[in-house]
Design a binder for this molecule. Structure first.
Ligand SMILES: [Zn+2]
Length: 325
């Protein structure tokens, strides 16, 4: 198909295993997202471009959908090779200027919020080890030279493959996330808003390190609604294969989220009143996306006034709200 984005799959050190970079060759070679900065990822991008008779030095622009390191990390390194412009949305701009703050935020939220949720946390608890390993991954995000950083806005049209793609804001997984919609041909570059697996909300703060934790899952549900109202038939996602049945996937994922939220409520109604006991009831493995997703289910239940959230200096507990007639 003419003007179809060319998918270059790159390895990632994160749980998704791979991340997609999309190449358009016309009117000039550009990439949508570019993987994180590791040698493996650089080699995979070099090879993916060579398969299309290009080198990294040929890339004129890189557009970033959202500021997670597996999507933006290598951009600064590409820019330094050949002066490629790195285009980010107005939502991403502040983050991109200061990637270190991203790791500080993850660390702060992991230690403050999750430690409180988890009850007592010792230096060898998996949470602390996990946040330390996240900090070690700082090198996977290369600073972007300021003079090469360009900003597009939500609502703008961008030209990829000689077609115009509308920028649409889709927060939830990341509060900086944008997707791109080609309205005439009904194609979407869907970033991590629409994947074959249900996306999870990532820990983020409202502006700066002193901000409040953003309730990502309720925001993500609003984005699903926006997404569902858009007219498109094929999605090129940030991870995994092209999606040709987007509406079916959206409705399955919404049903899954709803079902898991109700399971969570059942456990709470049956007397589980803390996260430390709720987590193993809901999941059998320790992963960061599961940690933040479960916080998301709790946020939804609080929003629906199904549970009370009780937080003090040291801990967070919750209980089901009983219906009084
Ligand atoms: Zn991603």
């Amino acid at each position: 198909m003419k003007n179809t984005p060319i998918r270059i799959e790159l390895p990632t050190i994160y749980g998704m295993q791979t991340v997609n970079s999309f190449l358009f060759k016309e009117p000039e070679p550009i990439l949508i997202d570019c993987g994180e900065n590791t040698e493996e990822s650089w080699q995979a991008l070099t090879k993916g471009l060579a398969d299309n008779d290009l080198t990294i030095a040929d890339i004129k622009k890189v557009y970033i959908t959202h500021t997670h390191t597996d999507h933006v990390g290598m951009a600064g390194r590409i820019a330094k090779v050949n002066g490629a412009e790195i285009w980010v949305s107005d939502k991403s701009h502040d983050y991109v200027l200061n990637p270190t703050s991203y790791y500080k935020i993850i660390r702060k939220l992991t230690i403050d919020t999750t430690a409180k949720l988890w009850g007592e946390v010792t230096p060898d608890s998996p949470l602390i080890k996990f946040s330390a390993s996240m900090e070690k991954n700082k090198d996977t995000w290369v600073d972007i030279p300021k003079e090469l950083l360009k900003v597009y806005k939500v609502g703008d049209y961008l030209n990829f493959g000689n077609e115009n793609w509308k920028v649409i804001f889709m927060p939830g997984h990341s509060n900086t996330q944008t997707i791109y919609l080609q309205e005439e041909t009904k194609k979407m570059l869907s970033a991590d808003m629409l994947l074959s697996v249900t996306p999870t909300p990532f820990y983020e703060l409202t502006g700066g390190l002193t901000g409040e934790r953003i309730k990502g899952l309720p925001i993500m549900l609003q984005s699903y609604e926006t997404l569902n109202n858009l007219d498109f038939s094929v999605a090129f996602p940030g991870h995994y294969d092209t999606i040709t049945n987007p509406k079916e996937i959206i409705s399955n994922q919404l049903a899954h989220i709803h079902k898991r939220k109700l399971q969570c409520l059942e456990f709470i109604k049956n007397g589980i009143n803390n996260y430390q006991d709720l987590y193993p009831a809901m999941y059998n493995r320790f992963t960061f996306p599961a940690i933040t997703m479960l916080v998301g289910y709790l946020d939804l239940l609080v929003g629906e006034e199904k549970i009370h959230w009780q937080e003090d200096e040291k801990s967070i507990r919750f209980e089901a709200i009983k219906l009084t007639v």
